[in-house]
Design a protein. Structure first.
Length: 427
């Protein structure tokens, strides 16, 4: 496969011809929302085996082979050119597929309201072949140690049909807000805690959960060690059933990082106790803040590079957003940006006849437009380039895999690129 960035005056037909594929294949693979009005800067994943490279000034067979992790002899043989022949600028070379490595992938799915929307269930069904874990969000712990169940519908059956580990996500939310007081009770009241663990075991056995995933946030700093001890107790309890134990962690860059989102999350202890962690490396650009990339590559790298000093890289799933935001400008504190999928972002750019730009530092696409009321907007989202940058970082750091928040937002290129880069681990 190959990532192509649409240039001025290009059409689907001309792009398909350049890569020896068809417009139908391009449309189907990318689920292109604007086939008759491509946007300059829009990315397409070309569904071919391997890729093509057009020779640039200064290139040599050796430099191109090194870039694509092959040898100049193999490159010359595949393209039927002598190894001593100088390359002509603009020559198209075929690049063989790169070796794949094994990685694990998780995705949260969050039903809201009183029913599960059919589109949400269909999204889970479409994504499940590319996942190791499927995580309905979420069971809510109550102060007496009981559990409030989410809408599960057919999610257990979808997980079973696709050999996904069904992840039981449990959080400390009350009224849709993380509660430090609820966390205090669960982590310190032994009677409540024992009842809580009993209820988890009963529920996990009922539905077939094989990973118990604690998403405890906004905890009191003084409950840091209590959380560690609770996890040790939970690990010993769940081990007898052969279940995995995992946690969600706030994105930290140092052990003593201040703030209620960070202080009770002990990276080193979690790395020692649990089977794996999900580090929530997103929401730098968030709905209530100013316009910027949701998961800029620099801050994401900073968090992960710190994390691997505290725990094995093989225990880390990188958090990744499947959404972007549309901010109204100028940003005013108290206003809320609207979430949108990558596909919706492309459609909006086409409707407003604006080009998509790419921030090389953040490794993220964005654009600005003016709406019908004359208000200016700025949109940041994800595309094939930005997700490939994260996949490259995963390979570089040797981390376990990626965890997506959240399904229901269309991003077909992501799933295409998983199959291009990795073998998805199934358990």
């Amino acid at each position: 496969m190959q990532i192509h960035v649409v240039r001025q005056n290009q059409t689907l037909s001309s792009i398909a011809q350049a890569y020896g594929t068809s417009t139908t294949d391009l449309i189907e693979a990318n689920e292109i929302p604007n086939p008759n009005q491509l946007v300059i800067g829009q990315t397409l994943v070309i569904p071919i085996v391997g890729s093509f490279y057009w020779v640039q000034p200064g290139d040599s067979l050796w430099s191109i082979a090194n870039r694509f992790q092959t040898t100049y002899q193999e490159l010359a043989a595949i393209n039927q050119i002598p190894v001593t022949q100088p390359l002509t600028i603009g020559t198209r070379l075929y690049i063989p597929p790169r070796p794949k490595t094994n990685r694990e992938f998780n995705a949260y799915v969050e039903p809201r309201g009183t029913t599960v929307a059919p589109v949400l269930e269909e999204s889970a069904r479409d994504a499940a072949p590319y996942l190791t874990y499927l995580a309905p969000f979420s069971f809510q712990a109550l102060r007496d140690g009981s559990l409030k169940e989410p809408l599960l519908n057919n999610f257990p059956a979808i997980a079973q049909a696709n050999n996904n580990v069904l992840m039981m996500v449990i959080n400390n939310q009350e009224n849709d807000q993380f509660s430090d007081e609820l966390g205090r009770i669960l982590l310190n009241d032994v009677a409540v805690q024992d009842r809580f663990l009993d209820n988890i075991v009963t529920t996990a056995q009922k539905y077939g959960f094989r990973d118990i995933h604690f998403d405890f946030e906004f905890l009191r700093p003084e409950d840091r060690e209590a959380y560690n001890q609770f996890l040790r107790k939970a690990k010993a309890r769940f081990k007898q059933y052969g279940w995995f134990l995992s946690t969600a962690l706030a994105p930290k860059t140092r052990a003593d990082q201040p703030g209620l989102w960070y202080e009770a999350h002990d990276y080193r202890a979690h790395g020692e106790i649990v089977d794996f962690v999900v580090i929530m490396t997103y929401e730098w650009g968030y709905s209530g803040g100013p316009a910027m990339a949701v998961s800029p590559i620099g801050p994401v790298r900073d968090v992960l590079e710190y994390a691997i000093t505290e725990m094995p890289a093989s225990k880390i799933l990188m958090g990744q957003n499947l959404y972007g935001y549309d901010w109204t400008l100028p940003f005013v504190q108290g206003t809320i940006a609207k979430a949108l999928s990558p596909q919706q972002a492309i459609t909006r750019a086409a409707e407003n006849n604006v080009s998509i730009q790419y921030d090389e530092k953040a490794q993220a696409p964005f654009y600005r437009y003016t709406d019908n009321e004359g208000k200016q907007h700025e949109v940041w989202f994800e595309d094939a380039r930005s997700i490939q940058a994260k996949f490259d970082l995963m390979k570089e750091l040797g981390i376990r895999g990626m965890s997506y928040w959240k399904l229901g937002l269309s991003f077909p290129q992501n799933w295409l690129l998983i199959t291009e880069n990795f073998n998805v681990v199934k358990k």
